[in-house]
Design a protein around this ligand. Structure first.
Ligand code: ZN
Length: 305
């Protein structure tokens, strides 16, 4: 089959057309065109146009931002290239030149280490669009967890809860994180309301009965639920699991019994160390969660739609 006139254009000219028009439909117009446009040069041009500066139409910009993040080429590695290139000239993640509180380079692996404040946020907080479905489900690789954590910490992106398919993926993704015993991913879901409702005893039950009672994960779910104000800790299925575990000399049984009794006590204190024990492969890791600032403060560069 012969190529259409646009497909037959030399790569340089086609890329030039894309960079000038920044029409995200162009790469999708045909596989030939898509291949010719698949270059860091083109991708960065699209990011600089739609993730970097206001285009004067908030709704359209938000939609285009969502499309960019959903693209296959928007990987964690590519995002780091963009976020570095975008603000390295300024020398601070806020994008202001000669910033007195300069934060540079961005701490991609540990965004919570960057000290944002109300008047000093990363300029990425301007990005307000949908978290792509590809970052909401397992397998929870280190790369995926880091990418999701960075977006939750530095942008104003949210899950599209109105989309039933995305909703299902996110809810399932949380369970997959528990089943994969990926503490970092579970922690993200537990503590960020943009990724779903606060945990309740239902999630504790799932983590114990289906997830094999990884104590670090179960503890984090309990502590998080408690900190979000959850108080209804009675559950027959959990009590039954505890009894059986104790009868089978599984130390998790006694530990969980104590945690549940602590939570059920009026105004109960959940002790990180009470009843703890250490067996190879069954260690309790308790982290004190540090919230991401962008999730709590209205961003300076917020685009509302
Ligand atoms: Zn700054």
């Amino acid at each position: 089959m012969s190529l259409s006139p646009i497909e037959a254009l030399p790569v340089e000219i086609l890329q030039d057309i894309f960079v000038r028009s920044l029409n995200l439909d162009l790469p999708l117009s045909s596989p030939h065109v898509g291949t010719k446009l698949s270059s860091t040069h083109c991708y960065l041009a699209a990011c600089f146009e739609y993730l970097y500066t206001p285009i004067g139409d908030r709704i359209r910009q938000s939609r285009l931002q969502s499309r960019i993040f959903a693209s296959r080429w928007m990987t964690w590695q590519f995002f780091q290239i963009f976020a570095t290139k975008a603000y390295e000239a300024a020398g601070c993640v806020c994008g202001q030149h000669e910033c007195e509180k300069a934060i540079w380079p961005p701490d991609f692996a540990n965004p919570k280490s960057m000290q944002f404040s109300i008047g000093h946020l990363t300029r990425l907080s301007y990005i307000k669009c949908r978290i792509p479905a590809k970052l909401l489900h397992g397998p929870w690789t280190e790369e995926k967890v880091q990418f999701l954590r960075y977006l939750v910490c530095t942008t104003s992106m949210t899950v599209d809860w109105a989309d039933r398919e995305v909703r299902k993926i996110a809810l399932q993704g949380k369970k997959e994180a528990i089943l994969e015993r990926n503490y970092e991913a579970v922690e993200l879901f537990n503590h960020n309301r943009r990724l779903g409702k606060a945990p309740t005893i239902e999630l504790v039950r799932f983590a114990v009965l289906d997830g094999g009672c990884d104590r670090s994960i179960v503890y984090d779910i309990m502590a998080s639920a408690r900190s979000w104000g959850y108080r209804d800790w009675d559950d027959e299925a959990l009590d039954k699991w505890v009894e059986q575990a104790i009868a089978h000399h599984n130390p998790k049984g006694k530990w969980l019994k104590l945690k549940l009794s602590e939570l059920r006590r009026h105004g109960g204190f959940l002790g990180p160390h009470t009843g703890d024990y250490s067996i190879d492969g069954d260690e309790l890791v308790v982290k004190h969660y540090k919230a991401c600032r962008v999730g709590e403060i209205r961003p300076r560069f917020s685009v509302r739609n």
